[in-house]
Design a protein around this ligand. Sequence first.
Ligand code: RP5
Length: 191
Amino acid sequence: EITDLIAQLETEADQQRDPETTPDVGIIMGSDSDLPTMEGAYDALLALGFEEQTDFENPPESRFTFESYVISAHRTPGLMYAYCETAADRGLDVIIAGAGGKSADLPNMTASIAYPIPVIGVPVQEKSVSSVIGMPTGAPIVAVDAGKSFNAGLSAAQILSREHTVLRDRLNDYHTDLQAGVGTVSKQLHD
Ligand code: RP5
């Protein structure tokens, strides 16, 4: 099954599709068990009007899309290489990669292999931080705080927004909404 998936990724890369029809953001994680942490990235992108693209051949309606895969640096290294090496030709602009445990190597290896596609690393646990962010000079990764990934989704949209004004507007709206509850006296405390 892994070999089928690798072949599929290579076929998709060969198609050289119009970037408007390919996923913009790839969300990958080392295990299904990372999903509760990685859902924040989905939530942020969905809130900004992205849709999940589950079928590479049939893009959803939204211009902005993401895909997601479970890929393990240790259990499926061949798949990790194939995903990273085909990422640019498959049209991805940003990758969000999360992994947990002390050997959280998926984000850092993805950043190395998929370079220069920007990779946003999500350390699924506190103990994963050093393996996600501890990169040698010349092999950069950007990362968010441990255990939550909403900001990773926002950061991915920020990167894309440099090219897409509509995303810039949506991020500004999000920021305005965010400020609405700040600086006011908490009603809850006074009720
Ligand atoms: C890491 O090992 C994964 O990213 C996950 O956080 C951790 C444990 O994986 P499971 O044993 O739950 O599949 O590579």
